[in-house]
Design a protein around this ligand. Structure first.
Ligand SMILES: Cc1ncc(COP(=O)(O)O)c(C=O)c1O
Length: 405
C-alpha cells in the first residue's frame, strides 16, 4: 500500500508551506500561521473525496480506532466483534477503552464470516467491527443486516483499504464510524496519521474533543475552551497533515496504477489451475493493493512459500498464517492477557477466553493464503518477469505434490 513510493515535489511544497509559517500545531496561533491550516484542509478533502459528512484527523490509525470506540460510547464490559485476521491495533483499541475483543472466524473474503458474527452475539455485544483487510472489503450487506437485527453499532476498520468501495460507497463511510490509517505503508501516507470518518454529528463532536484533551473548540481562544468530557492527545501535526494533503490529491493516480498492476499480475497467476483467488463481495470496489490467492492445501502453500524464498522472490508475498502482527495464531500476548496496566480479573478472563477459542475455520482459510503486495513502481516488463517466476515456482511444487501423492 505504497503512497510513499511516489514521493514528489508536491509533498515537499505542502511541507514547505508549513515550515514557512513555523506553526507546526493544528490548533491556535491564528496570526502567525497566516491562513495555513493543513489539517483542516485535509479533513475537508477527506470528506469530499470519500463522501463522509465529517472527518477527524488523528495521530495514527490506532488512535483513530480508539477515538471511534470512545466517541461511539463503547466502554467497560462491552463486547466488540472483530475478525481473527486483522492488525493488532484492532484489539488494542478495544482493550484501551475497557471493552472485550470478541474474535471470530474469517471466511474466503479474508474478513468477518457473517455466520460466525451471528453466533458470537451476546447481551453484552455493542458493536461489530469488520476490518477491510488487504485493500478489499467485508460482506457489508450481510453485516449491516446483522447489526440492524440486533441493534448493534457498526465500526469499519478501513485502515488498509483507502480508495476501496462497496456498492458505490467508500469503505470506512458506510457504518456509524470508520477509520483510515495514514502510516508510512498505506495507500496514501502522512508518515504517521489516521482519521475517523462519520456521518453522525454527535460522533464527530466527541471525536474532535477526545483527540485534544476534551477541548470543545468553540471559540478562537484555545485557553478559554471548555472541557465537556475527558480526552487525550491524539492530535495530528501540521507537518504530517501537509504530506497527506499532497497525497490525497494524487489518490486517483495511485489507484489507477495499483489496479493496472494488480490486474496484470492476477492474470498471470490465474494461468495456474491450482491457484484460486480471494472472494471479493463487490469486485469493482477492490482498491487492488494486494492480490490474495489460495493454494489447495496448507502443505502445498508452505512448500510454495519455501520455494519463493529459495528463489529470492518471497519479499512482497505475505503468508499471514505465520505472521506475528496479523493473525490470531501468533498473538501470544493477547492469549495470555499480558498487559502493563492491571486489568480486573473478570475482564482479563473474558479477553483470554475469546482469544483462546478454536479458530479452525479461519486456519483452513489462512493456512492456504498468500497475499502479494502491489507496487506502483513496477513496469509491465517487471510484472511479467516476477509473475512468470512465481508461476514456475507454484507449478514446480504442485507437480511434485501430484507425483508424490
Ligand atoms: C487493519 C489495520 N488497522 C489499524 C492499523 C493501525 O494503523 P496505524 O499504524 O496508523 O496506527 C493498521 C496498520 O497497519 C491496520 O493494518
Amino acid at each position: 500500500m505504497p503512497g510513499y513510493e511516489l514521493w514528489s515535489d508536491k509533498e515537499r511544497k505542502e511541507i514547505n508551506d508549513v515550515l514557512e509559517t513555523g506553526i507546526l500545531m493544528r490548533y491556535g496561533f491564528e496570526g502567525p500561521r497566516n491562513g495555513t491550516w493543513k489539517s483542516k484542509e485535509l479533513e475537508e478533502a477527506i470528506c469530499k473525496t470519500f463522501g463522509s459528512k465529517y472527518a477527524q484527523l488523528t495521530s495514527s490509525g490506532t488512535a483513530a480506532l480508539t477515538t471511534a470506540m470512545s466517541a461511539i460510547g463503547i466502554g467497560y464490559g462491552d463486547e466488540v466483534i472483530i475478525p481473527s485476521f486483522t492488525f493488532v491495533a484492532s484489539f488494542e483499541a478495544i482493550l484501551s477503552v475497557g471493552a472485550v475483543p470478541v474474535l471470530v472466524d474469517v471466511d474466503d473474503t479474508l474478513t468477518l464470516a457473517p455466520g460466525a458474527v451471528k453466533k458470537a452475539i451476546t447481551s453484552k455485544t455493542k458493536a461489530v467491527m469488520p476490518v477491510h483487510m488487504c485493500g478489499s472489503m467485508a460482506d457489508m450487506d450481510a453485516l449491516i443486516a446483522i447489526c440492524k437485527d440486533h441493534n448493534l453499532l457498526l465500526i469499519e476498520d478501513a485502515c488498509q483499504s483507502i480508495g476501496g468501495t462497496y456498492k458505490g460507497k467508500h469503505l470506512g463511510t458506510i457504518g456509524d464510524a470508520g477509520t483510515f490509517s495514514f502510516d508510512f505503508v498505506k495507500t496514501i501516507t502522512c508518515a504517521e496519521g489516521g482519521v475517523v470518518m462519520t456521518n453522525r454529528e454527535d460522533i464527530f463532536i466527541k471525536s474532535d474533543g477526545y483527540t485534544d484533551h476534551g477541548h470543545d473548540h468553540l471559540g478562537a481562544d484555545r485557553g478559554a475552551d471548555l472541557h465537556p468530557f475527558i480526552g487525550y492527545n491524539f492530535r495530528i501535526s501540521e507537518l504530517h497533515a501537509a504530506v497527506g494533503l499532497a497525497q490525497i490529491k494524487r489518490l486517483n493516480e495511485f489507484l489507477s496504477v495499483q489496479k493496472r498492476n494488480n490486474e496484470q499480475l492476477r492474470n498471470i497467476l490465474s494461468q495456474v489451475p491450482e491457484v484460486t483467488f480471494r472472494r471479493v463481495p463487490d469486485p469493482v470496489g477492490d482498491s487492488c493493493s494486494f492480490v490474495s490467492w489460495f493454494l489447495p492445501t496448507e502443505e502445498i502453500t508452505r512448500a510454495v512459500v519455501t520455494e519463493l524464498k529459495v528463489q529470492g522472490i518471497l519479499p512482497g508475498n505475505f503468508y499471514w498464517f505465520d505472521n506475528n502482527w496479523h493473525y490470531i495464531r501468533k498473538w501470544d500476548h493477547l492469549k495470555k492477557g499480558i498487559t502493563l496496566n492491571t486489568l480486573s480479573e473478570s475482564h482479563k478472563a473474558e479477553v483470554m477466553k475469546h482469544a483462546n477459542k478454536d479458530f479452525a475455520a479461519s486456519d483452513a482459510v489462512m493456512s492456504r493464503c498468500i497475499s502479494t503486495a502491489i507496487s506502483l513502481l513496477w513496469t509491465e516488463e517487471q510484472i511479467k518477469e516476477k509473475g512468470g517466476k512465481m508461476v514456475k515456482a507454484i507449478q514446480k511444487i504442485c507437480t511434485f505434490h501430484k507425483t508424490t501423492v
